[in-house]
Design a binder for this molecule. Sequence first.
Ligand SMILES: NC(=O)c1ccc[n+]([C@@H]2O[C@H](COP(=O)([O-])OP(=O)(O)OC[C@H]3O[C@@H](n4cnc5c(N)ncnc54)[C@H](OP(=O)(O)O)[C@@H]3O)[C@@H](O)[C@H]2O)c1
Length: 253
Amino acid sequence: MPRIDIPDLPVPRTALVTGGSSGIGRAVAARLAALGCRVAVGFNSRAEAAEEVMRGLDGDGHFALRIAIDDPASVAGAAAALRRRFGFLDALVNSGGATTPVPAGDLDALTDDIFDRTVGLNLRGPFAVVRAMRPLLEAGRSAAIVNVSSIAARTGIGSSLAYVAAKGGLDALTVALAKVLAPRIRVFSVSPAGVDTGFVPNRTREQLERTAERFPLAHVTEADDVARAVLACIVDLTSSTGIVVPVDEGRHL
Ligand SMILES: NC(=O)c1ccc[n+]([C@@H]2O[C@H](COP(=O)([O-])OP(=O)(O)OC[C@H]3O[C@@H](n4cnc5c(N)ncnc54)[C@H](OP(=O)(O)O)[C@@H]3O)[C@@H](O)[C@H]2O)c1
């Protein structure tokens, strides 16, 4: 029997992961490095944590990079550093973000300040990073952007109404950017349910497990589940763009 030829997959050579110092971003950085990719591990406040992630990655050529996605000067400085260190990007993973939990029914508690901060971080921030990194991605090979969104955008249930709206906006941005950045850059949203990280202050593993029990796959989504979906977008989904990939134990069903 003749062997069936399998084409080589376009393994990313360089990547920026915002929010790489922790949780989902950390897991994505580890998966990318295991493929042989050089990773810029983005952080906001925890340089030490980012350095530790960087030191734990397979291979070499990685570095920790401060990129506060809500600070234009920091984003511009990071783009300049990446131009010097890598010269191009094959992948950008927008995982950096934060939330301020506010009970959904308490509209008065969701102040303008919290709303603006939440949208600034989780919607304007990823856009600002895409805008700054576009030339580097256009210089890359089979480049992909993955925005870490949230299934909250679809279910309408999340840590605050502003967070739900920001992630809904991010999914819309994914679709719109996919149109304008084609054919050079593919754009995806990966949309997790509750993941066991420190993202939501005071949320416990037990709470996540109790919630997960009610959904089809009945297990808590781990950071590495999300990382593998991110890698699938970058490496395997070469003929897709502008899609939202739920990683949510079937919660959206
Ligand atoms: N965990 C969940 O249940 C869940 C579910 C759905 C979606 N998500 C999304 O997944 C992404 C990653 O969250 P995670 O679960 O990995 O949480 P995490 O462990 O708390 O990580 C958040 C990351 O974002 C960074 N960050 C915070 N503020 C930032 C800023 N102003 N600029 C740049 N980076 C900033 C943090 O950096 P420093 O530590 O250096 O400050 C950290 O690396 C977020 O976009 C979140 O919305 C999470």
